[in-house]
Design a protein around this ligand. Structure first.
Ligand SMILES: [Zn+2]
Ligand SMILES: [Zn+2]
Length: 450
């Protein structure tokens, strides 16, 4: 692992298949801005690296591409068509974040490829592939070929799990995966036959039971009704890529059914650009309702420069704003600080909040009791409710995949230590005989046939 070992970090995994070096993902750490923001390329010293397969366009999987391409100029980055189209939105956003708060010990040349113009050019080096069409890479000096196949992962537009095969040995890397339908995106369609090694994400590994999307929608509708009936507005902090599109369409559905009133929906920033990319793929990529366009959901823009005077401050409205975890300085953070002072208003948290984020601090605050929010004292009068709309598989979903694929080895990544442990325990109990690895950063493991 070059990153993302026992955490959701600078996700990146290196595999050496009979001499061919395959890197899966090149993520930027969601919070760390030191050297650890990037995958540890140093661990590859003396090893070959040939291709870089990207599972999807979230920054924790693709945000370090400019860094990796700067360090390994010969690498071939390969991804699905939609991921390639989304990549520049994610990369420009990542570059903006890096420019604003990267620590001084990060060498300047590491950031050279985050220049606006370079990012625009990098895109031309990205190769795009279709789902389920195997790509073959010739092995060096008579060593075996490697075949890679991207499978639909049901996580966000463009997302893929990656199958690798070399000399009769097979690996499936799940990427970020969801085995249940979301509102826009349908569930993963991975092949369920035997593989030798299953490399699996474990984001929800320690969640005991995941509520269904129908249950959560009902609860969200009830909450929106209760806030809007007392003349308040609802703020929904959400990730711009994936969550924003899912929630927009979910809200639209609730309005059409009459489950919630026709409140104005405000959205803004990066999310609006991403809606358009979703729409470009509404016929060609897997969608719950082919042809439905996210941009068709009536939305009003949020004006970054005039945030606190938006009509949502006076008229009951729904505001979707990133970041999802209220990182300081973002639109959702600045809005939340205003929301907090208004007893009639409400904030609906819809996703995971990492313990070191302002979102976590606010979510765990008590009404009218002072607490720390991003390093300053705060107090809140508005209501808060928590919902679970996950774009990641439940623990049961992961176990069922392992059950069907019967791998000899399972490698557990992309999860907090508890989540990785809980998935490992469950596999040990229900599928005895499988070798389980929770890999550590930079430590090599042998997973091949003896
Ligand atoms: Zn993701
Ligand atoms: Zn991820």
């Amino acid at each position: 692992m070059l990153g993302g070992a026992e955490e959701i970090g600078a996700n990146s995994c290196y595999l050496n298949l009979d001499g061919t070096g395959v890197i899966i993902d090149a993520g930027l750490h969601p919070r760390d801005r030191t050297l650890k923001a990037f995958p540890s390329i140093e661990a590859l010293e003396g090893r070959s690296s040939d291709i870089l397969l990207v599972t999807h366009a979230h920054a924790d999987h693709l945000g370090a591409l400019p860094y990796v391409m700067r360090r390994l100029p010969h690498i071939r980055p390969i991804m699905t068509h939609a991921t390639r189209d989304i990549s520049h939105v994610t990369l420009h956003n990542g570059a903006r974040l890096l420019r604003s708060d990267i620590s001084d010990d990060v060498p300047k040349e590491w950031l050279e490829f985050y220049d606006r113009n370079v990012i625009e050019q990098l895109r031309y080096a990205f190769e795009a592939v279709r789902y389920d069409e195997p790509l073959t890479f010739r092995g060096y000096k008579g060593q075996s070929d490697v075949t890679a196949t991207f499978h639909w992962a049901g996580h966000i537009l463009g997302s893929a799990g990656i199958g690798l095969a070399s000399n009769g040995f097979s690996i499936l890397h799940t990427g970020d995966v969801q085995f249940e339908n979301q509102t826009v995106i349908p569930k993963a369609t991975f092949p369920r036959h035997h593989v030798d090694v299953l490399i699996t994400e474990a984001t929800n590994g320690s969640v005991e039971s995941m509520p269904s999307i129908a249950e959560e929608s009902k609860r969200l509708a009830a909450y929106i009704n209760s806030v809007s009936e007392r003349n308040g507005s609802i703020l929904i902090p959400c990730f711009a890529l994936g969550k924003m599109q899912e929630i927009l369409v979910l809200l639209y559905g609730l309005m059409r059914k009459g489950s919630i009133p026709n409140l104005p929906i405000h959205s803004g920033g990066m999310g609006v650009k991403l809606n358009k990319i979703y729409d470009q793929y509404c016929y060609s990529d897997p969608m719950r309702r082919p042809g439905f366009e996210v941009s068709d959901v009536p939305q009003e823009p949020i004006h970054r420069n005039d945030l606190l005077n938006g009509s949502y401050m006076k008229t009951p409205s729904i505001v979707l704003a990133s970041s999802g975890m209220l990182h300081a300085g973002t639109i959702s953070y600045n809005l939340a600080r205003q929301w907090m002072m208004k007893p009639k208003f409400g904030i609906a948290f819809i996703g995971y909040q990492h313990p070191t984020t302002p979102g976590f601090e606010l979510l765990n605050s008590k009404l009218k009791t002072p607490f720390d929010l991003a390093g300053t004292r705060a107090s809140r009068s508005c209501s808060i409710e928590r919902f679970r709309f996950s774009a990641h598989a439940s623990r049961e979903g992961l176990i069922s995949l392992a059950h069907d694929m019967r791998p000899s080895t399972v490698v557990i990544i992309h999860g907090e230590p508890d989540s990785c442990d809980d998935v490992a325990l469950e596999i040990r109990e229900r599928l005895p005989g499988i070798r389980i690895i929770i890999p550590r950063l930079g430590v090599p493991y042998s997973i091949g046939p003896d």
